[in-house]
Write a protein that binds this ligand. Structure first.
Ligand code: ASP
Length: 316
């Protein structure tokens, strides 16, 4: 089976000034994940590798660059799922680690639990050898400005995510199939600008932000968290594929269905178990990329598919 990975860098009202940074970050992320797959890495390792690059990139709302709570702090969330045995790992309310997705991966492999939050997630991460960093070192200038803009103009859940001129958007995710036909999905976020302290969104919740099943496919979502989790968006897409819809049709139906019903926007990337690709968003923009036939395909605007030659790096 030809390995394949799709990445996204968040849905929302992304301003023009943020487009290039996001597209550059998409190429870095998809290359990291694809390299991992080509070296024989598992789908699970590939989605983690892709997400880690975006957690380090301030163009995205995950890891460094995460948006801020009403108290001006980061509270990050992530989840990861393995399609072979439906095992999952998630973390929420994480403050002092650069890579929440790697802690989520450890929850999957090394914990009897599925989702750890706050102090418990920190204790677990320290036990597993992750090093803390000062929480403030994860705060970017963009995130501060996004919170300021929100405090002046925002109404949580009623405005597009993030200010038009500064951009607070950029939850990240990846879905992949490896050589052995195994499937995985991962999603990581700082949440939404101006969220209440302790707010938990869709991203760490399996079936909302992330889902993977070797028998069907994989999904990672982004957008208005409270709507995504009420609609169980990732699992809605999986169910549509299970009933025979291809990845693109299932993704379009579910994302548009959520927006019609709940009046908020979202986006998703989807892979079917056969490797067909689904990408759709009801927001103004969502950055995405995948590698196929020696080319990177990518885009950020509706109905846009850009293409360039693929030059692998050295990751994983
Ligand atoms: N879904 C994320 C959340 O609500 C935000 C995003 O995707 O941009 O936490």
């Amino acid at each position: 089976m030809e390995p394949i990975i799709i990445v996204h860098g968040g849905a929302g009202d992304i301003p023009q000034s943020r487009v290039k940074g996001k597209l550059d970050g998409m190429k870095v992320a998809v290359t990291a994940g694809h390299e991992c797959l080509m070296k024989g890495g598992s789908a699970l390792d590939a989605v983690e590798a892709a997400v880690m690059t975006m957690e380090e990139d301030e163009n995205f709302n995950a890891g460094y660059g995460s948006v801020l709570t009403l108290r001006g702090e980061v509270e990050m969330e992530a989840s990861i799922m393995r399609g072979s045995d439906l095992n999952t790992g998630g973390v929420t309310l994480v403050k002092e680690f650069l890579h929440p997705i790697s802690i989520a991966h450890k929850v999957l492999t090394d914990s009897p639990h599925s989702l750890l939050g706050g102090e418990g997630a920190k204790i677990f991460a320290l036990e597993k050898g992750f090093k803390t960093i000062p929480s403030e070192s994860l705060i970017s200038e963009h995130a501060k400005k996004a919170l300021q803009h929100f405090l002046e103009h925002g109404e949580f859940g009623r405005t597009e995510i993030g200010p038009k001129d500064e951009g607070g958007v950029g939850t990240v995710g990846a879905v992949a199939i490896d050589r052995n036909g195994h499937i995985a999905a991962a999603t990581s976020t700082g949440g939404m600008s101006g969220k209440a302290v302790g707010r938990i969104g869709d991203t760490p919740q399996i079936g909302s932000g992330t889902y993977a099943d070797d028998h069907i496919g994989a999904v990672s979502t982004t957008g208005h968290g409270e709507s995504i989790l009420r609609y169980c968006l990732a699992h809605s897409i999986i169910k549509l594929m299970e009933s025979g819809k291809d990845a693109q049709t299932a993704t379009t139906i579910a994302v548009n269905g959520m927006t019609a019903r709940l009046k908020n926007t979202a986006g998703a990337i989807t892979l079917s178990k056969n490797g067909d690709v689904g990408i759709h968003f009801s927001s103004k923009r969502m950055s995405w990329a995948y590698v196929k036939d020696g080319h990177i395909f990518y885009g950020i605007n509706p109905d846009e598919v850009l293409k360039e030659e693929y030059n692998p790096g050295n990751n994983c």
